[in-house]
Design a protein around this ligand. Structure first.
Ligand code: FCB
Length: 437
């Protein structure tokens, strides 16, 4: 990280006038009150969540949204990435909750009135319990249920929202839920690996089909023409020892498996190996921009004892600064991630997540400045970047870490749900307001 004194010597940079300055959340992490999700069940068993907490309370954003959106408005943020949890709208098969839909419409309408542009995530890890019990993403025959949920949400809200993320981070989901066993359904080993691959294959099919479906609904209902993508978590994968052919080879494998497998498949409209045998499922281009979630870098080495992880071992650069979760803080990686994504897919980019878990808010401010500079560097080099959504608007339920990883621009007191914008939020607000840094 660059020290405060040296910062004043750095030249000012200017972002485009129409740049989207946003923040991001996910429904399960902030909304609270949803007892029909697989995550609600998962939290019940002690030991699974670091502080043995539950997502059932979270930030009660579902009821505090007006207050939260007012903070965004006051802070001059013009975009918000928010989520809809399927389990909230369909607690049991066959029955959709129109009251919940009305409430959600109220949220979107409130954003519209405040001129905050919503980017709606339709699936952010969480599943309805009944669908998870049927095998969730691992069964292609289950996808019809997902499409019905898509119809319900998009037909019900498409007059208020026209930008979508279909699925958040299929790569992280498959890794943590099926290969590392730390998220529901908690699988690992070789069986988990196979299920993870099945899930990822079906998510490619679901994304491509959902892309067409959303477009069809918007056209049929005469809603504004939509823009659709996925949010892909990209981690820089560097070899631990760049002189070791095995480490270099595994770093390339990690880069392909984690960063590119899903997006290559979507881009080509094919079930590329190892997701399938190259079967065509779409005419390609089933995305209108590239949503990149960027946080950190992994150092990769060959490891004989992790065959189910393709002999890949991840570690952290010991010389670099890290966040509270031990993730290396590596701003240059954002330039690298954006450049390589653009070289490969030639799509406009949005940073749909980027942030730091820290209890020291000065670190958050520095993180924001350093990453925005790194992003701007990619723009100077020719990448069309449409916007940046900081993760996260407020402290929230950080999955298996519970409430122990403060990622928020806004501090949340989880005892009384009081919000307090941090200094980093004031800094971000200044940047958003002036478009300069
Ligand atoms: C991303 C997830 C998001 C949050 C951040 C810290 O991988 O999409 O929900 O957990 O990490």
């Amino acid at each position: 990280m660059i020290s405060r004194t040296k910062r004043s010597a750095i030249p000012r940079i200017v972002f485009p006038r129409d740049f989207l300055w946003g923040s991001a959340t996910a429904a399960t992490q902030v909304d609270g009150g949803d007892d029909a999700s697989d995550w609600f069940n998962y939290c019940k068993k002690p030991g699974r969540i670091k502080d043995n907490s539950s997502c059932i309370s979270a930030c009660d954003h579902w009821n505090h949204y007006e207050e939260d959106f007012r903070i965004m408005q006051k802070m001059k943020l013009n975009a918000y990435r928010l989520g809809a949890d399927w389990s909230r709208f369909q607690k049991t098969p066959g029955k959709f909750d129109t009251k919940a839909l009305d409430h959600f419409r109220g949220m979107l309408d409130s954003l519209r009135r405040k001129k905050i542009r919503p980017l709606l995530t339709l699936n952010h890890f969480t599943l309805p319990q009944w669908w998870a019990a049927r095998g969730g993403w691992t069964r292609e025959s289950n996808l019809e249920d997902f499409y019905k949920y898509i119809d319900f949400i998009v037909e019900g809200t498409g007059d208020l929202v026209d930008e979508y993320i279909t699925i958040n981070e299929p790569n992280v989901y498959c890794l943590l839920s099926y290969m590392m066993g730390i998220w529901p359904p908690g699988e690992s080993g070789f069986g988990g690996y196979l299920d993870g691959m099945r899930a990822q294959r079906n998510m490619v099919i679901a994304h491509c089909h959902t892309y067409d479906r959303i477009r069809e609904i918007h056209a049929r209902k005469k809603f504004k023409s939509p823009r659709i993508s996925i949010a892909q978590h990209i981690r820089i994968m560097d070899p631990l020892n760049s002189g070791s052919l095995l480490d270099v080879d595994r770093a390339n494998a990690a880069d392909f498996r984690f960063n590119r497998l899903f997006t290559d498949a979507v881009h080509e409209g094919k079930l590329i190996r190892p997701l399938g045998n190259g079967e065509t499922i779409h005419d390609g281009n089933a995305w209108d921009f590239f949503g990149i979630n960027y946080y950190s870098r992994n150092m990769i080495s060959f490891n004989l004892f992790t065959p189910h992880l393709l002999f890949i071992k991840e570690s952290t650069n010991e010389d670099g600064p890290v966040n509270q979760l031990g993730w290396e803080i590596y701003p240059e990686g954002l330039t690298r991630a954006v450049m390589s994504a653009y070289d490969r897919y030639r799509l406009p980019v949005r940073i749909t997540e980027n942030g730091i878990a820290t209890s020291d808010d000065l670190h958050r401010s520095a993180y924001i400045e350093d990453h925005l500079r790194a992003l701007h560097r990619a723009m100077e080099l020719g990448v069309p970047v449409e916007g940046y959504y900081h993760w996260s608007f407020m402290d929230n339920f950080e999955w298996a870490e519970g409430y122990t990883a403060p990622f928020g621009l806004v501090d949340v007191n989880f005892n009384n749900q009081k919000r307090k914008p941090r200094d980093s939020m004031l800094l971000y607000s200044r940047i958003a307001k002036t478009g300069t840094l």
